[in-house]
Design a protein around this ligand. Structure first.
Ligand SMILES: Nc1ncnc2c1ncn2[C@@H]1O[C@H](COP(=O)(O)OP(=O)(O)OP(=O)(O)O)[C@@H](O)[C@H]1O
Ligand SMILES: [Mg+2]
Length: 278
């Protein structure tokens, strides 16, 4: 049985004339221990998809399942890392992580909670900044705190919504390597949302494009990444599958975007002529 599933899921926002369909007939099955990436253009519905998987939003139609049971609310079993770090600005690095750990492991003595937090802060190479506040940290460091906080809660699945997109290319590459090496050690189930096909291919077992459509985005083909681990940017670039996979994924995304733009134009022309013809 898959750990996490979306079955025929549809989701839109607004009512009546203002209504817009964002996701349509989404089927996704994520096995335990799998690292799956969803790649898509901005505004396609990626955050909406993560919110549904996390239980932060409910589907309009279809089912979201965790270990075969319906998901109605968020749970610490599914940790989420957002685009914008979402740290508490008045708390230090340690206290941000501790705050989360205390919610999940309230019965632990404080000394155990602290040691546990320190382990994960060290794992993301932030021991030197443990008493700093978020305003004293760079973007990359804030994202590391966010990662440490989620890992320290020991979720069974980690849902990452473009965790690295706000970072410069060098910091992004460094953090990708760190996340990969942590994943190699911890082997949690991961769903990574990204706008970067190279990042998806570097990190994942499977990559699925989210294809824009006028009446709600749909998932495209599931591309299995048959490049052996451990992977680095250099080794994957020379693997024969890398170019083939990248080309196929980019082609699927480009064709879908072109088609959705044409459909939108056609609708606009039809509307304009209806208005003109009165
Ligand atoms: N709460 C909301 N109410 C109304 N519309 C929303 C809401 N949240 C998202 N949308 C709309 O749904 C669509 C998809 O948004 P979403 O944030 O899921 O996209 P995304 O792929 O994560 O974009 P980005 O790459 O920019 O983060 C957008 O058109 C957005 O305007
Ligand atoms: Mg988003």
């Amino acid at each position: 049985m898959p750990l996490l599933e979306l079955i025929g899921v549809c989701k839109g926002y607004g009512q009546g004339q203002q209504r817009s369909e964002v996701l349509r007939d989404i089927d996704l099955h994520v096995e335990e221990g799998e690292f799956v990436s969803i790649v898509g253009y901005s505004g396609t519905g990626k955050t909406t998809l993560v919110s549904l998987l996390a239980g932060l939003r409910l589907a309009d139609r279809g089912e979201v399942k965790w270990k075969g049971a319906a998901v109605y609310r968020p749970s610490p079993e599914r940790g989420v890392i957002f685009q914008n770090y979402s740290l508490l600005p008045w708390l230090s690095v340690l206290d941000n992580v501790l705050f989360a750990v205390q919610q999940v492991f309230p019965s632990w003595p404080v000394s155990r909670q602290r040691t546990h937090c320190e382990k994960y802060i060290s794992m993301v190479s932030l021991s030197h900044a443990i008493h700093k506040k978020p305003s004293e940290l760079s973007g990359g460091m804030k994202q590391r705190v966010s990662l440490a906080r989620t890992l320290a809660m020991q979720p069974e699945a980690i849902l990452m919504d473009e965790p690295l997109s706000a970072l410069d290319a060098l910091t992004r590459a460094k953090l990708q390597t760190e996340i990969l090496s942590i994943w190699d050690r911890e082997r949690r189930t991961v769903v990574l949302i990204t706008n970067d096909v190279d990042e998806a291919l570097l990190m994942s077992d499977r990559v699925i494009p989210l294809l824009p459509q006028r009446d709600g985005a749909q998932l495209g083909s599931s591309f299995v990444v048959d490049i052996p681990r451990p992977r680095t940017r250099d080794t994957i670039a020379h693997h024969p599958s890398f170019k083939t996979l990248k080309k196929a994924i980019v082609a699927e995304l480009t064709v879908a975007r072109q088609r959705s733009l044409e459909e939108r134009e056609a609708v606009e022309i039809e509307l304009a002529s209806t208005v003109t013809l009165g």
